[in-house]
Write a protein that binds this ligand. Structure first.
Ligand SMILES: Cc1ncc(C[n+]2csc(CCOP(=O)(O)OP(=O)(O)O)c2C)c(N)n1
Ligand SMILES: [Mg+2]
Length: 330
């Protein structure tokens, strides 16, 4: 894929993700889905990073990373199955929605407690280095997650051991109802210096900028094997989750389709480069909508996992306690 195609492909993934996002939120409002953490506003950050990744790289993502997953090739079906918790869900309907996993694309499983993905990411990078394997590790998290002990422990260890980890802080300005200004007295990217690693700040609303800066940084990590902290600033355009009402605590919403919407920014820039025109944009959007509507209807028809399957995967061989409990529901 040449550069132009790569960028258009990135834009297409952003649109696919936005379309899926809106579909799931709407379905939740219709009572078809229980819960979801919308990702609207963070598409450019994630896709711009993902455009620089290789197949062998390991991703320790967090619950808002749907654009990153889709761009890397995870199918929308996988996301929808997980949200619905049907019998095709890789987690067999046992996890809370938005806690994805995709082993086939080197995505680890999302954990609820924020930043708990960071120490294992460092461990995985240590393993890559120890075994002299190729590849790097990506660990993503929000601005609020930088207030956890795990964030500090992980960055310190990655720097001390010179480990190939890209820490991507997706600063969407909010941690549920708590604004980033109250979260920390320092700038997030500057914390890197305290641990002895490189730190950079990037406009995470701008696909081309994100792609460029992530490329420079990721190329360095691949060569010198040392970690970096990238702070990508965007905005959480939707609620924290479908259970949240942001109008109770903020009024500065960025509206879809406004100048600050990363999809609008990407369209403007791609048009300036003559990579795309209004007709092509419309085609991408229509295709995405048709695809997502079709897939959603299809996945919704898949049966729920049978209750007795909850006893599977715990012990290799069953035992009398499990047998007795299973017997009670059969
Ligand atoms: C250790 C821990 N503390 C608190 C929570 C409750 N919680 C869930 S999401 C969230 C906000 C996290 O904000 P941020 O890291 O900025 O990510 P964002 O949701 O904005 O993408 C909080 C506090 C949690 N899941 N884990
Ligand atoms: Mg946040």
């Amino acid at each position: 894929m040449d550069e132009k195609e790569k960028i258009i492909d990135g834009y297409r993934a952003m649109v696919l993700s936005r379309t899926l996002d809106k579909k799931i939120v709407m379905s939740q409002r219709q009572g078809r889905v229980g819960f979801y953490t919308p990702t609207m506003g963070q598409e450019a950050t994630q896709v711009g990073l993902s455009m620089n990744l290789e197949d062998q790289d390991l991703i320790f993502e967090y619950y808002r990373d749907v654009p990153l997953m889709l761009h890397r090739g995870v199918k929308p079906e996988t996301i929808i199955d997980q949200i619905i918790g049907n019998s095709d869900d890789k987690e067999k309907g046992r996890q809370m929605p938005s806690h994805y996993t995709a082993k086939d694309h080197n995505f680890m499983s999302v954990q609820s407690p924020v930043a708990t993905n960071l120490p294992p990411a460092v461990g995985a990078a240590y393993s890559i280095k120890y075994q002299k394997k190729d590849g790097i590790v990506i660990a993503t998290f929000g601005d609020g997650s930088t207030s956890t002990p795990d964030f500090h422990a992980a960055l310190n260890l990655a720097a001390v051991f010179d480990l190939p980890v890209v820490f991507l802080c997706e600063n969407n300005k909010w941690a549920i109802s708590y604004p980033v200004e109250k979260q920390t007295r320092s700038e997030i990217w500057k914390k890197a210096e305290g641990y002895g690693m490189r730190g950079v700040l990037v406009d995470g609303n701008d696909l081309l900028e994100m792609y460029k800066v992530a490329k420079e940084e990721i190329d360095k990590v691949r060569v010198d094997g040392k970690p970096v902290l990238i702070e990508a600033v965007s905005y959480r355009m939707g609620p924290h989750s479908t259970s949240d009402d942001p109008s109770k605590y903020r009024t500065d919403d960025v509206k879809e389709g406004s100048d600050k919407d990363p999809i609008v920014i990407a369209e403007r820039k791609l048009k300036m480069l003559n990579y795309i025109d209004d007709q092509a944009i419309e085609k991408i959007k229509v295709e995405a909508k048709e695809r997502i509507d079709r897939i959603f209807d299809e996945r919704e028809k898949i049966a729920a996992p049978k209750p007795e399957t909850m006893f599977e995967d715990i012990f290799e061989n069953s035992n009398w306690i499990i047998d007795e409990e299973r017997g009670e529901i059969l």
